[in-house]
Design a protein. Structure first.
Length: 369
């Protein structure tokens, strides 16, 4: 089969996933959408950017987090992105204007990056996480009250404190927003978490001694520290090899399972000095139908902008998959009576993906002699 690049640009980047103490399944943090720009240095149409936000970021948020009330985005009539300037729009979610960042991407293919200006959080989900973390680490049942509106976008480096009620042992906890959509919860002064062999393992590792743990011990540790900021937490389970050797530079591969779903994510566990336990997901959790829907909407939007019929269809199949990151998988697409392979590239464990189409044309059959 002969193959050539699809003329209509397709790439869209969607960033998913969340880390709290460690990275795990979680809510969508940001969405990055590439839209076609004008001549380099020109300002661009705000309505074009609004269509991209409403066709991609809004639906992606709604698909990941049920019951969000998402209103049409708002942009200035023209956005100046020349000379590295950053333009801004807003996306109203649950009555809160979330900031959208618009920057010039470059000429190959020429376009813009449009994404949430920070990491997206539901404040109630942060409350729930703090409550679970305090119970898991210190055995106390409390209620957390974290600041901010019902939804918010936090910049890396943002420090904030959550008020705690229900225990005389703790009144507040401190958290910090990190890069890539991560949150760090500081230890509570005056409280000591339950002693565990993994905690002692750090001391042994620093001394250069062998670090051998039962799989159940490592599982218990990861279940405490590797928690998601999501109601999905009760559906997650971690399994590790029966005996794990984390001495020196050794690595152990554990599995994160979603109960009721035939999918698991590999987690590379090691001990690094001076940071202690280090967990790195090796797979991204991908909803193939969501990729299919977003790719099809994006392609039809671009076809319409080019004055062509919006007749594109995309077929990625069904189901949730754990895709190696980086890695690729292929969907099928049609547009204008032609067939394409839609090559979906998974960039990282957060689920950042982009795609491009490659036309598939029948190889001419040999003429009879």
């Amino acid at each position: 089969m002969a193959r050539r690049e699809l003329a209509v640009p397709l790439p869209v980047s969607l960033v998913t996933g969340m880390r709290l103490i460690s990275v795990l399944f979680g809510l969508m943090l940001a969405a990055c959408v590439r839209v076609t720009a004008g001549v380099v240095g020109d300002d661009v149409s705000g309505s074009d950017v609004q269509r991209a936000i409403d066709a991609n970021i809004g639906p992606f948020l709604a698909g990941r987090i049920p019951n969000l009330k998402i209103s049409p985005s708002r942009c200035p009539s023209r956005l100046d992105v020349s000379d590295g300037k950053v333009a801004h729009c807003v996306l109203p979610v649950d009555g809160v204007d979330l900031p959208i960042r618009v920057v010039y991407k470059g000429p190959d293919p020429q376009g813009l990056n449009v994404n949430l200006d920070g990491s997206f959080f539901e404040t109630a989900a942060i409350d729930s996480f703090v409550e679970r973390q305090l119970h898991a680490s210190y055995g106390i049942a409390v209620k957390a009250h974290c600041p901010g509106p019902v939804v918010q976008v936090l910049q890396p480096g943002t420090l904030f404190s959550c008020a705690i009620t229900g225990s005389p042992l703790v009144k507040t906890v401190r958290l910090k927003a990190l890069s890539r959509g991560m949150l760090f919860q500081y230890n509570v002064p005056g409280l000591r978490s339950g002693e565990s062999d993994p905690d002692n393992a750090l001391t042994k590792h620093k001394r250069g001694e062998p670090v051998i743990l039962k799989g159940s011990e490592l599982e218990a540790y990861l279940s405490r520290s590797y928690l998601p900021l999501s109601p999905m937490a009760t559906r997650l389970a971690i399994s590790c090899p029966e005996i794990t050797d984390l001495s020196g530079r050794n690595h152990v591969i554990c599995q994160l399972h979603v109960r009721g779903m035939n999918v698991s994510q590999r987690i590379d566990v090691s001990i690094t000095e001076p940071n202690g336990f280090h967990e790195l997901p090796l797979d991204a959790i991908i909803d193939k139908q969501r990729v299919q829907r977003l790719a099809q909407n994006d392609l039809n939007s671009r076809l319409q902008q080019n004055g062509d019929a919006a007749d594109a269809t995309v077929d990625c199949g069904t189901g949730i998959i754990a895709a190696p990151a980086p890695g690729q998988f292929t969907c099928k697409a049609t547009a204008g009576g032609k067939s394409y392979d839609l090559i979906v590239t998974v960039e990282d464990f957060k689920g950042t993906v982009h795609w491009h189409g490659v036309e598939v044309t029948p190889t001419p059959s040999a003429s009879p002699r």
